[in-house]
Design a protein around this ligand. Structure first.
Ligand code: PMP
Length: 431
């Protein structure tokens, strides 16, 4: 039944609806389900797509191009054929890419640690000499914010607009020399799903920053993770920065965690030639070389851009129906009620739902009591504090399709119940 806006109901109608929704919620709870919509993890079926990799490069195939023995030490920057294969995905020339081990998060953590201790090209002093500060577009990725907290980097939230961060605010804030960087997930952003516009990217590349060593942490984690035929693109940030006279401004990060194997993929750092030299020098103190067999394995398995594209289409075929199920359920249960707003993402791993102000924590509690694990309310803001207590991040990829359906129903009920409670002024009295 299409519902009317909650706020248009008189108190009698609202009380009746409260009783109905509470009864539905109790019935859901009585099903005793155990569902998890917390983390953006690939499902077992997605990982199965990469099972052929488990026997690659194979017993006897360990020579990379130029007769490089992939079993041995060395090759700090990564195999040339691996860098070439991922050049389009990473959006950087192969000679400006470094292949790390399996986690791009580790590369972000490492570059920031090095910046704090030693500075980056353009630094007059290590970042830790001042009161280093990062701009954090909100909603954003909790693990980015956690790196800042871990290292004592102050965070300033900046709202997202649907086209990336509010650039008027960003341009104002970078006039402070303490502001050393900004977190960006430019395509199918975690968690809003939005893609930065050309204008946003240009302004980021060209803006005047008081810090001469300002860095854009361009985490293109979802670069090839399309859910529809409408494949979003983002501009070549390295080229934009170079054109604007800020060639060293962007650090690009990416990985195959959600392409091949989340725990055994490849991570990439890419930047200007100067930054790549800086990075490789830092890396040279940390390791004698990366796992080149895994690099070779990825080349043997994906082969070329067409192979990568086919593989990602197979991924989308598995996860798009889960997004569809979630979005359909939200629409059916909440459409027109005013209890929530959400965007339909064209890629990535998340759906962000904005609920009635002041209800997100309550929704997470209600969901937990009904057997659904949700990401803690506030996780998408720096310090875990959502000043509006309204943003939920839903991750539908890992559970089975039927579990996603069930969880979505339960979540919609919790959202609706919390909105009604808020409006009736009911103290939460549910066990
Ligand atoms: N960046 C973003 C935006 C992510 O969403 C994730 C995974 N949830 C990561 C980085 C982690 O990537 P990796 O597995 O390469 O460490």
């Amino acid at each position: 039944v299409p519902m009317t806006t909650l706020t248009s109901l008189d108190s009698e109608a609202l009380n009746r609806l409260h009783d109905t929704v509470r009864a539905e919620y109790e019935a859901f709870k009585a099903r005793g389900l155990k569902l998890d919509m917390t983390r953006g993890k690939p499902s077992p079926e997605q990982l199965d797509l990469s099972n052929p990799m488990l026997t690659l490069p194979g017993n006897g195939d360990f020579f990379a191009e130029g007769n490089v023995d992939a079993r041995n030490y060395g090759g700090l920057q990564g195999l040339p054929e691996t860098r070439a294969l991922f050049s389009q995905m990473v959006q950087a020339p192969a000679d400006q890419i470094v292949v790390g081990d399996n986690s791009s998060l580790a590369l972000m953590h490492g570059t920031i640690a090095a910046a704090l201790l030693k500075g980056v090209p353009g630094s007059k002093a290590p970042w830790s000499d001042g009161a280093p500060t990062f701009l954090c577009p909100v909603p954003g990725y909790d693990r980015h914010f956690a790196i800042c907290e871990e290292f004592g980097i102050r965070m300033i939230p900046v709202p997202m607009t649907g086209q990336g961060p509010d650039m008027d605010a960003v341009e104002r804030l970078v006039a402070d020399p303490a502001v050393k960087g900004i977190w960006c997930v430019p395509k199918y952003s975690n968690p809003s799903g939005e893609t930065y516009s050309e204008e946003t990217s240009r302004r980021l590349a060209a803006m005047e920053t008081a810090a001469p060593d300002f860095r854009i942490m361009w985490d293109n984690a979802y670069s090839v993770h399309h859910l529809t035929q409408d494949h979003h693109t983002v501009p070549d940030i390295l080229a934009l920065c170079a054109e604007a006279g800020n060639p060293d401004r962007a650090f690009i990060f990416a990985s195959t965690s959600k392409v091949t194997l989340a725990g055994a993929g490849l991570a990439f750092f890419a930047s200007s030639p100067e930054n790549v030299r800086w990075y490789l020098e830092r890396a040279s103190f940390r390791t004698i070389g990366p796992d080149k067999l895994n690099q070779l394995r990825h080349v043997r398995f994906l082969k070329d851009d067409a192979g990568l594209e086919r593989h990602m289409a197979a991924q989308a075929a598995i996860i798009a129906p889960k997004f569809e199920a979630l979005l359909e359920t939200l629409e059916a249960k909440l459409g027109g009620t005013g209890a929530a707003e959400w965007l339909r993402p064209a890629g990535g791993y998340f759906v962000t739902v904005d609920t009635v102000e002041g209800t997100a924590k309550r929704i997470v509690t209600l969901a937990k009591e009904a057997g659904i694990a949700l990401t803690p309310a506030g996780a998408t803001s720096p310090y875990g504090r959502d000043p509006h207590d309204r943003t939920l991040r839903l991750a539908p990829t890992f559970p089975s399709l039927s579990d996603v359906r069930a969880a979505s129903e339960g979540i919609a009920l919790c959202i609706l119940l919390a909105a009604i409670e808020k409006q009736t002024g009911d103290a939460p009295g549910l066990s």
